[in-house]
Design a protein. Structure first.
Length: 276
């Protein structure tokens, strides 16, 4: 069905093959470097850009004790890693109290191992959008439990080389987990300027000439102001208008320096229902 796709798994570490990775060999080259019953660690090369990075897919054990070996193995990898590294998957543990709703409350010891691992390897969570809680027990009402146990972590090299990368937590589908979609290697795009290429006049005629578009907008806005046309105001009419002229006394009053007390008095005299 997918002739250009390859796959690898950790069936040699767990007979159930808990982790599977599939990739399109036309765009990606993936080499498995290490694996256990809880992760697959690989090097990925993007054939379109020739960029490479380390990828670790996680499916951690449910029991806290069962995850200890994983933390040791991943810490050893992280301490000798000097290239871009990203970890993605089900860590089966929360990072802080707010990562869980419902069920038994989290104790500090429940989140200690994950936080220690992140500190020891200088990893941080990648920017994320979408759903916050990544897993639910699919129960409504009082028995409902929501947790954030699926994560994407990166090291400092990744953050430097892939500044625009982020993950998207999509809505749950057939699984009780949210799919996580990684967006990376995307060029920065400046905000596109707004351009009006055509308008339709009151007679439903399409106007595409720029000068006519400008005139149409001008006439429309003048109509809103009750002005019939856009002819310039005659200078002779302007000269015939009688404007009040400030006398010498008023000019001196306007030229006076500002008195601080006078300003305070003016401000404090404003009623409560008015703005300064």
């Amino acid at each position: 069905m997918l002739p250009s796709w390859l796959n690898t798994h950790n069936g040699d570490k767990d007979p159930r093959g808990r982790i599977w990775i599939l990739w399109d060999l036309m765009h990606i080259k993936l080499t498995k470097l290490a694996s256990s019953d809880q992760f697959i660690h690989a090097r990925v090369i993007d054939l379109n850009s020739s960029k490479s990075f380390l990828l670790t897919i996680i499916y951690a054990r449910n029991a806290k004790s069962g995850r200890l070996a994983q933390w040791e193995d991943l810490t050893a990898i992280g301490k000798h890693c000097n290239e871009a590294w990203i970890l993605l998957g089900d860590f089966n543990t929360c990072r802080e109290a707010g990562d869980k709703i419902g069920g038994s409350k989290l104790h500090p010891r429940d989140v200690k191992d994950l936080n220690d691992f992140m500190n020891d390897t200088e990893l941080d969570e990648l920017k994320a959008i979408g759903d916050f809680y990544s897993w639910s027990n699919r129960i409504t009402g009082e028995g409902r439990i929501l947790t954030r146990i699926d994560r994407c972590m990166v090291n400092l090299v990744w953050q430097s080389e892939h500044k625009n990368s982020y993950v998207e937590y999509a809505h749950q589908g057939v699984s009780d987990h949210c799919p996580i979609i990684l967006h990376w290697n995307q060029a920065i795009q400046g905000r596109r300027s707004n351009r009006i290429l055509s308008v339709e006049d009151s007679n439903h005629n399409l106007i595409i000439d720029n000068s006519l578009i400008e005139e149409e907008f001008l006439q429309y806005n003048l109509g809103l102001l009750g002005i019939e046309n856009s002819e310039p105001f005659p200078m002779t009419s302007f000269q015939q208008l009688n404007f009040p002229v400030a006398d010498e006394f008023l000019l001196k009053e306007l030229d006076k320096s500002i008195d601080v007390e006078e300003v305070k008095g003016a401000l404090f005299s404003i009623k409560d229902n008015k703005s300064p």
